[in-house]
Design a protein around this ligand. Structure first.
Ligand code: ZN
Length: 466
């Protein structure tokens, strides 16, 4: 009897272990099979890095960005388009994890759990994808950034529909001929697999004055009646805060247009760390958000341990402040949109059922970042920065509102140049953020990139309407 019992228990344990193992295997298969099948080393799809059966990727105008010809992945025939869109489209490898060909590889190849990669032709639907980007605008922005031979990012998006028209990250390489990165050439390709638009954060410098200005508008009732006298240097919290030159007497509006550090440093200290933190939180500096299911890198505003002088510097985008380029474009888009942003998207349409069911391509309103009143006042201030300071012909006939930034980053490097803003034109509702690392003045380096990308994006949108 005892022996029978012992055998029963043994069989019971073996059965449980077997069922457990089967469950584990089924779970692994269900959750990972797609990745296994799409690995570039899968012998069935070798030769094109897993993209032998992938559909065509088009830009918004139907220009082919990537397609498979005779089982070989072929990219656009223009070199600037190929390099400019490297981080959006991706190459044959999975090195750029945020690129469409990495993120949506199974949708492009038509993988299904039932058939794997071998779905019968009769059941196969087209796996093509149309993106929101304009190849020409991306090529123009890429060429401008490459002229400097600097790392950087440029994004332009339609703040009414959320469609990203331009998204360029440098350094880049040709997806048709990926380089072998060695010790000798690694500086040339530093950070090349990272999409700086989505996944990098930078010291903002003066573009952060938009956030400080919003906090001042909301918390200092007589802000528009005040005047300041900038002498070029001011002792705040025990050490000096300086401007490039003495700005003289300034109103609030002039202080933003001339980007006076002293005024905004004083405002940050007067507002205090709680109100500054509340404003930074409200506009989402410390948060990341989703672009077609992919999280952007979150910026940072943290003055919890800052002394008075550090709080002052935090209000002008220095200290430990960081922001992400896509986030800055969305903040500008929100101002243009009366305070509430539309979430950015890169996918215009797809023939893939799964992608359709993910509902990635519809316009979604985000959370309010500014009250309508604050948005309208910021709009006026940022418009004056162009009309009253830089000159209204900077962006051709576009009515642009903007802010530049020259962010000191230390370590013997030159500043990061920034320009962010948007166009007020009804027919060209475009917001932008451009950054050029280790360069110089915002207007001098980021300005021409922003100008070229905005003019080309506007032309693209206007041509489509005609
Ligand atoms: Zn000043």
């Amino acid at each position: 009897m005892k022996r029978v019992l012992r055998r029963s228990v043994l069989i019971f344990i073996i059965t449980i272990a077997f069922i457990g193992g089967m469950c584990f295997f089924a779970f692994e298969l269900l959750t990972n099979a797609e990745d296994w099948a799409n690995q570039p080393y899968n012998a069935h799809i070798v030769g094109s890095g897993g993209l032998a059966q992938a559909g065509i990727i088009y830009d918004r105008n139907g220009e082919i960005l990537a397609q498979t010809i005779d089982e070989k992945r072929v990219y656009n025939d223009n070199e600037s388009v190929r390099k400019g869109l490297l981080h959006v489209v991706g190459d044959n490898s999975l090195n750029i994890s945020t690129a469409i060909q990495s993120r949506y590889r199974s949708q492009l190849t038509g993988y299904s759990l039932m058939w794997g990669l071998n779905m019968p032709q009769s059941l196969r639907v087209s796996h093509d994808m149309k993106l929101t980007v304009d190849a020409k605008t991306c090529a123009v922005a890429y060429d401008m950034l490459t002229n400097y031979d600097k790392k950087g990012a440029c994004v332009v998006y339609n703040y009414k529909t959320g469609e990203v028209i331009c998204s360029v990250s440098t350094y880049a390489y040709d997806p048709g001929a990926p380089p072998e990165i060695t010790e000798e050439n690694e500086s040339e390709y530093d950070g090349v697999y990272v999409d700086n638009v989505l996944s990098s954060t930078y010291t903002p410098g003066s573009i952060f004055k938009i956030v400080t200005a919003a906090a001042a508008i909301e918390n200092i009732p007589d802000i528009y009646e005040r005047t300041w006298n900038c002498t070029g240097s001011e002792e705040i919290g025990g050490s000096a805060v300086t401007c490039v030159s003495a700005h003289g007497e300034l109103t609030f509006k002039e202080a933003l247009a001339h980007s006076c550090n002293i005024v905004f440093a004083e405002l940050a200290v007067e507002l205090g760390s709680d109100k500054m933190t509340a404003e930074a939180e409200k506009v989402g500096i410390n948060k990341s958000f989703s672009v077609d299911g992919l999280k952007t890198a979150s910026g940072s505003y943290d003055v919890s341990n800052a002394n008075t002088n550090q709080l002052a510097w935090s209000g002008i985008g220095q200290y430990t402040d960081t922001v992400n380029p896509m986030q800055m474009a969305v903040i500008c888009g929100a101002i243009a949109n009366g305070g509430t942003p539309v979430e950015p998207t890169l996918i215009k349409s797809s023939t893939n059922e799964l992608l359709k069911s993910l509902n990635l391509t519809s316009n979604k309103s985000g959370k309010e970042l500014f009250s309508p009143d604050t948005a309208s006042k910021l709009d006026e201030l940022m418009r004056y920065t162009i009309t009253g300071y830089y000159g209204d012909d900077l962006f051709g006939d576009l009515k642009v509102c903007a802010k530049t930034g020259t962010a000191e980053i230390g370590n013997g490097k030159d500043p990061n140049a920034w320009m962010v803003g948007y166009s007020q034109d009804e027919d060209c509702p475009l917001a932008f953020a451009c950054v050029v690392e280790d360069s110089g003045f915002g207007i001098e380096y980021a300005g021409p990139v922003a100008e070229a990308a905005m003019k080309q994006a506007a032309q693209c949108i206007r041509d489509q309407k005609n």
